[in-house]
Ligand binder design. Structure first.
Ligand code: ZN
Length: 346
């Protein structure tokens, strides 16, 4: 598989203006693979050759402006495209594999009750494990996500989701997003839902953790609302997305991921036994850190990965500052933890 270089990304960003993705995923295909169709509308600013990325189990078909492309042309993760100047529509249909490594569409079987859950983790270049995409952070586009899921599952995504009469779930159209921010989390989630500032807020975990999430739901939601209000005092720009869901997901590699409107957290943050005050404060800080990214990271995004240091260190700074300002009733001075633990680590 070829790794996209910065030069390649710059060349492609000069050539393409990507407008819209319609992504259709079918999660009813068993526990090994899922169906994936990606329809991309984009403009080529000039005639030229480029490629779209995809890491399929099986590539079934690809059409460019209605004309079939040869699936055998897929080389590694790159499907070549020869473009004329102007508007184009590319449709790619494939079978994809679930992962068990937290990359792409991770699938988890809960040993407690036999329930299955899937969720995406697409940073940095794993969208191509889920659907065909021009996978680089500065080619933002609007996304319409649709998901067919097993009976009894709830589908969460960046935009507000709704179950249609035919059983398919659709998510509200997103604002322009980098490909690595697309998120789908599906399964028989246990959810606690509320509303704040006119937007739906939700917290979610696998069913077997429900009593533990419920025990801390008041605190998690209080921290979320307080930080949300504090960020609105600090930033002129209003929260840019249509909902705020926080899903505590199993076998997550990092601490959390700032998917717009659907933040994912490792579900070790759903505490199952007595914890220290510092562990509670750390969870609050991660909530605030991810929320800071809604503006700095998500609404405004690095052009290339060499700016990730700023994205992350700023979110970390805002996380500590905001919990200190907004949640002083719950946590003592957060800057002590920052100085002892995080500054030294940094
Ligand atoms: Zn971060």
């Amino acid at each position: 598989m070829s790794v996209l270089t910065r030069d390649e990304a710059q060349t492609r960003a000069q050539l393409l203006d990507v407008h819209h993705y319609a992504v259709d995923l079918d999660l009813t295909d068993g526990d090994e693979t899922f169906g994936s169709t990606s329809r991309i509308r984009f403009t080529a600013r000039a005639a030229g050759s480029t490629f779209v990325e995809l890491k399929p189990d099986t590539l079934h078909s690809a059409t460019l402006d209605g004309a079939p492309l040869d699936p055998a042309a897929l080389t590694g993760n790159r499907l070549p495209l020869d473009l004329t100047e102007g508007e184009h529509e590319l449709t790619v249909t494939a079978t994809m594999r679930y992962s068990h490594t937290g990359e792409g569409m991770h699938r988890f079987l809960d040993p407690t009750d036999g329930e299955s859950y899937v969720y995406t983790q697409l940073f940095m270049e794993d969208v191509q494990r889920v659907f065909a995409a021009f996978d680089q952070p500065d080619l933002k586009a609007v996304f319409d996500i649709a998901v067919t899921a097993p009976e009894g599952w709830t589908v969460l995504s960046n935009g507000i989701t709704e179950r249609q009469e035919d059983g398919r779930w659709t998510a509200a159209t997103t604002p322009p997003l980098s490909t690595y921010f697309v998120c789908v989390a599906a399964g028989p989630w246990h959810s606690v839902r509320t509303e704040h500032a006119g937007l739906p807020f939700g917290i979610h975990c696998r069913r077997s953790l429900a009593p533990h999430l419920d025990a801390d739901a008041d605190e998690i939601i209080a921290v979320t609302k307080a930080c949300y209000d504090r960020f609105h005092e600090k930033f002129d720009e209003p929260y840019p997305f249509d909902s705020y869901d926080q899903a505590f997901v199993p076998e997550f590699n990092a601490g959390a991921m700032e998917n717009p409107g659907l933040v994912t957290f490792r579900d070790e943050f759903v505490f199952r036994s007595a914890v220290t005050a510092t562990e509670r404060m750390t969870r609050a800080m991660v909530i605030a850190h991810e929320m800071a990214h809604m503006w700095f990271g998500d609404l405004v995004t690095l052009r290339w990965w060499d700016d990730i240091w700023l994205n992350e260190s700023f979110a970390e700074y805002m996380g500590y500052q905001t919990v200190n300002e907004a949640c002083s009733d719950l946590f003592a001075d957060t800057w002590i933890d920052f100085g002892v633990a995080r500054k030294a680590w940094g």
